[in-house]
Design a protein around this ligand. Structure first.
Ligand SMILES: NC(=O)c1ccc[n+]([C@@H]2O[C@H](COP(=O)([O-])OP(=O)(O)OC[C@H]3O[C@@H](n4cnc5c(N)ncnc54)[C@H](OP(=O)(O)O)[C@@H]3O)[C@@H](O)[C@H]2O)c1
Length: 264
């Protein structure tokens, strides 16, 4: 894999476009984009003149070494009919959130990777599961295309990884209440942002190091007593914490059910 390896994106909508932008920033030179709407393809070509555009999925796959599938899953069967005969063991990376490797292999043949990409591919952790035909070189291809923070996981963890990615997209919104309370209480916007950003960095370090946040807090404050405001706030927020856990588990179950349906 190098900066001139031909890569085809099939179904270049919002997600495909953001992958294109990352690759172009990286200096990648050989990119082909497909979608059915010719006018939209031409708009994309005006924005990215070095891009090759093609309405014909089969021709675009024939011209590529690596194929990235960013269409919606309900289009996958049509796309498979068009490209299966020319895929010929080329690496295909699917960003479909629920189609399993079993389903994808039935549609497209072997050498497939399932991948989940969070909102900030340069900094967030990117989860993927390769099938048995993928080589160590294919894992390097994933790193090259999607950034350095990539993590291979067993396929049965894709549902929870997807839940992480969904929540990551919403995460900042859940800090809005603290931001609002801060500005209302007179803290200026810049300081609020700085304070929250520092809080997230240090909390991230603690999580990575396996520090139990509550234990650390207890030690730092000499244990919680009746008057502890931290304990009061903790008890007030506890129902929301339980609700978050319930929702995360619900989404894992939902995604697993969709995976099972895709495979049956
Ligand atoms: N794995 C991840 O990390 C991740 C992250 C975000 C989203 N997703 C998933 O990625 C998928 C795409 O999301 P999106 O927001 O980018 O959707 P989108 O903007 O609708 O893009 C999909 C594109 O596929 C094109 N398309 C449809 N049928 C096609 C066909 N037969 N051949 C070629 N192109 C075709 C559509 O354009 P035309 O109508 O012009 O063909 C459309 O622009 C969704 O399933 C979403 O759940 C995955």
């Amino acid at each position: 894999m190098n900066s001139t390896t031909p890569i085809t994106l099939i179904g270049t909508g919002h997600l495909g476009r953001s992958i294109l932008e990352t690759l172009i920033k990286k200096g990648h030179q050989n990119l082909i984009a497909t979608r059915r709407n010719q006018a939209e393809l031409e708009k994309l070509k005006i924005e990215i003149p070095t891009l090759d555009i093609n309405k014909d999925n089969q021709a675009a796959v024939q011209a590529a070494d690596v194929i990235i599938l960013t269409a919606k899953e309900y289009s996958f069967e049509d796309i498979a009919d068009q490209i299966k005969s020319v895929k010929n063991g080329k690496l295909l990376i699917s960003l479909g959130p629920t189609f399993t490797l079993k389903k994808l292999e039935a549609l497209f043949g072997h050498r497939i990777i399932r991948l989940m990409m969070p909102v900030d591919p340069l900094n967030d952790l990117i989860f993927y599961t390769p099938d048995k035909q993928c080589s160590p070189e294919d894992k390097k291809t994933v790193e090259y295309i999607f950034g350095n923070h990539t993590q291979a996981i067993p396929e049965d963890q894709m549902a929870i990884a997807t839940t992480h990615v969904l929540f990551r997209g919403l995460f900042n919104a859940f800090l809005n209440p603290l931001q609002k309370a801060s500005t209302e209480a007179g803290m200026n916007e810049a300081l609020t942002k700085k304070a929250i950003s520092h809080m997230l960095i240090s909390a991230g370090k603690e999580i990575e190091a396996g520090v139990d946040g509550m234990e650390k807090l207890k030690k730092a404050s000499g244990g919680f007593n009746e008057e502890s405001f931290t304990l009061k706030l903790f008890n007030d927020l506890k129902p929301s914490q339980n609700e978050f856990e319930r929702q995360f588990k619900k989404y894992v179950r939902l995604l697993k059910r969709m995976e099972n349906e895709s495979s049956s």
